[in-house]
Design a binder for this molecule. Structure first.
Ligand code: HEC
Length: 175
């Protein structure tokens, strides 16, 4: 009798545990992406929410070997700063560069269109947190995952060498 009762307790406990972990699994998968977003090494920058709806600052094209089309977008703080010619950019500014392989249009020979997405790159202005890199935090993402440490060690040096006088930002507002 006692053995049967013990078995019953074990079985119902197992079911209970099973039910609990299934619920947990559902709760985990329902969490917004923001909670699990991976951050860049060195800077801890993540892909900002809603950036695809931001305003365009300018498109760009990169020659071989990369052969890419790019577009740089800015959050409202970035656009406001550009429109009022404010330099340095204020804290809270975020710039995002989307890059794609160049592809010949399947619909029209001479047209080039975005092919495969390659990187999403982010610059976040926070003058205190990123004081040692001109106030900018950098992030490069491939398929939503941050690139490695070595790549993040190159960001500031190139931007600083070329466009320090424009607050380390290459892109000019397209006419
Ligand atoms: C060798 C030079 C070089 C390096 C290294 C580099 N960039 Fe840039 N970056 C550029 C150039 C040039 C542009 C202008 C847009 C274009 O031509 O693609 C740019 C533009 C950007 C922009 C748009 C804002 C702007 O300045 O125009 C972001 C965001 C950005 N880079 C992020 C990064 C991140 C993150 C890294 C490191 C992982 C990085 N960059 C490393 C050259 C560089």
């Amino acid at each position: 009798m006692r053995a049967i009762r013990t078995a019953y307790v074990v079985l119902s406990t197992a079911l209970l545990l099973g039910a609990v972990s299934a619920d947990q699994a559902i709760a985990e998968s329902a969490k917004p992406a923001a909670a699990t977003k991976a951050a860049s090494p060195i800077y801890g920058v993540t892909i900002p929410d809603g950036y695809r709806k931001w305003q365009m600052i300018a498109p760009a094209e990169e020659a071989a070997p990369l052969d890419e089309l790019r577009v740089v977008l800015g959050n409202p703080a970035a656009i406001k700063a550009i429109e009022s010619s404010t330099l340095p950019y204020p804290d809270g500014t975020i710039l995002v560069k989307l890059a794609y392989k160049r592809k010949q249009s399947p619909d029209f020979e001479s047209a080039t269109v975005p092919g495969q997405a390659t990187t999403v790159q982010v610059m976040v202005k926070d003058s205190r947190r990123y004081a040692s890199t001109g106030g900018w935090g950098f992030g490069r993402f491939i398929n939503g995952q941050p690139a490695d440490l070595a790549q993040h060690q190159t960001c500031f040096a190139c931007h600083a060498a070329r466009v320090k006088d424009r607050d380390y930002v290459f892109t000019r507002y397209a006419p």
